[in-house]
Design a protein around this ligand. Structure first.
Ligand code: NAD
Length: 456
């Protein structure tokens, strides 16, 4: 094969693109990745990973502050934010170096620059053209703003929020989705005075209502000024502060973080030229195997419909690569993709909320227990966490699982696995769980849904 010719060219090296490239190479395809910035994409360099690194420092600080409850006196704790940020950079460097190492190990070429499709369905990077058997577009997303407000100066996006050089005195965050809740929860505990402004009537509005309630309580405990139904207007960014109004009331912060969602990063990709169709929301139209309207061109991750989550992008990358290689692959069940939000309290969920299940006409049963119902909740110091099972009564189907509290992001996986292995909540209720663990609360909530809660 000629030097500038590949079986598969992946544009973008985030968690969608790099996983797709590795899977393609594993299956014997001569593969290249085009990346214009740093390997690892936004998730590893600017979003998921930096966020979790900083949240980990905030979580540790919270534990130290609560150590007294466990009989430990810790004095003189200070936040050295430069060191927190230095750790973030080390974490990012370790993980992105790992991806670069995996490219090398799998003989994947990295082409530096901005990739775009040509009318022939090949890839152009600057002046160079590369022949491609297939192309996987994996360029991710760009931040959206609110009407009339441009990002810049003291009005920042989520990426800038995680890279602030110091803990701001006053931070206002617009949007209480996963990003906004995480940013608010991190900075409030590291010392900022935080205002969290959500247009809808509750925080994490796509989560189950019971979960939103527990999260709102947790955020308020962190002294976050949570405002729902909040309309931010009149944003004026000055040198020293940002001023704005909320429902007519004047307010001010050192930084205003815009965390109101993201849009597909399709600019400059040559989609129209190559005949790749977009839907009415500006997302790339794909079928179940991530094929676009242009033969040989695939798109994955934040470019296509479905939740904008790294692990969803990775799985779509695997499906696309396996399809290109002519291998059997698996369908992706979008509702069963776990959602993990790492604010305090943690949230893990999948499937339908109780309201959605009722709206869809299921004969719904609900099982709910607090972590305090099982020994682990009391032993480990989180009695207020909540597990909620949304099930269907006739066959015990697990329609949705919703967990808020310590380690919720880990605990949710059990319910996802059981569902995808075709079990229901009656099975979870009868699977032996280790004692004393928080996972016993998942078992008890399943028993509650099945009508025989033991502890409670
Ligand atoms: P989002 O769409 O999840 O949340 C945006 C929030 O902003 C919504 O609650 C919306 O109602 C609110 N909003 C919109 N316009 C507003 C306005 N003018 N004023 C006030 N509020 C307004 O978007 P996000 O939090 O930016 O996240 C983007 C994507 O990244 C999502 O798919 C999210 O799930 C994902 N993400 C995931 C994680 C995680 O898995 N831990 C973390 C961060 C982001």
């Amino acid at each position: 094969m000629a030097e500038n010719s590949y079986d598969c060219i992946v544009v973008g090296s985030g968690p969608g693109g790099y996983v797709a490239a590795i899977r393609a190479a594993q299956l014997g395809l001569k593969t290249a990745v085009v990346e214009r910035d740093r390997v690892g994409g936004r998730c590893l360099n600017y979003a998921c990973i930096p966020a979790k690194a900083i949240l980990r420092s905030a979580d540790l600080l919270t534990e130290i502050e609560e150590a007294k409850d466990f009989g430990l006196e810790v004095q003189g704790v200070t936040v050295d934010f430069a060191a927190v940020q230095a750790r973030r950079e080390r974490v990012v460097h370790t993980l992105t170096s790992g991806v670069a190492g995996l490219f090398k190990k799998n003989a994947i070429d990295v082409i530096e620059g901005s990739g775009a499709l040509t009318a022939d369905g090949d890839v152009r990077v600057g002046e160079d053209s590369y022949a491609a058997g297939s192309v996987i577009l994996a360029t991710g997303s760009v931040p959206r703003s609110i009407p009339g407000v441009e990002l810049g100066g003291r009005v920042i996006g989520t990426e800038e929020a995680w890279a602030l050089p110091e803990v701001p005195g006053r931070l206002a965050v617009v949007g209480a989705g996963a990003s906004g809740a995480e940013i608010a929860s991190a900075y409030a505990r590291l010392g900022s005075e935080v205002m969290l402004l959500e247009a809808l009537d509750r925080v994490l509005p796509t989560e189950d209502e019971d979960i939103s309630r527990v999260v709102a309580r947790g955020l308020k405990k962190q002294k976050i000024d949570v405002r729902t139904g909040a309309l931010v207007e009149g944003v004026q960014a000055g040198d020293a502060a940002v001023t704005f109004t909320i429902g007519g009331e004047a307010s001010e912060a050192d930084h205003l973080v815009i965390a109101v969602g993201r849009g597909a990063d399709v600019q400059g990709l040559g989609l129209a030229e190559a005949g790749v169709a977009l839907d009415e929301r500006g997302l790339v139209q794909v079928d179940g195997a991530l094929r676009t309207s242009r033969g040989g061109v695939y798109a994955i991750g934040d470019l296509v419909p479905g939740p904008a989550l790294a692990h969803k992008a990775s799985d779509e990358g695997i499906i696309a690569a396996e399809t290109i290689a002519g291998r059997p692959t698996h369908p992706l069940s979008y509702p069963d993709i776990p959602r993990a939000t790492f604010c305090t309290p943690n949230v893990g969920s999948f499937g339908l909320t109780e309201t959605q299940a009722r709206e869809q006409g299921y004969d719904v049963v609900v099982g709910k227990v607090q972590y305090g119902a099982v020994g682990g909740g009391t032993v480990y110091g989180d009695r207020t966490g909540l597990v909620k099972i949304v099930g269907e009564s006739a066959y015990g189907e697990l329609l949705g699982g919703h967990i808020v509290g310590s380690r919720a992001t880990e605990l949710i996986q059990e319910l996802v696995n059981v569902r995808l292995l075709e079990g229901g909540f009656p099975e979870v209720a009868r699977i032996v769980h280790g004692h004393p663990t928080l996972s016993e609360a998942v078992m008890e909530a399943s028993r509650a849904a099945d009508g025989w809660l033991i502890h409670g």
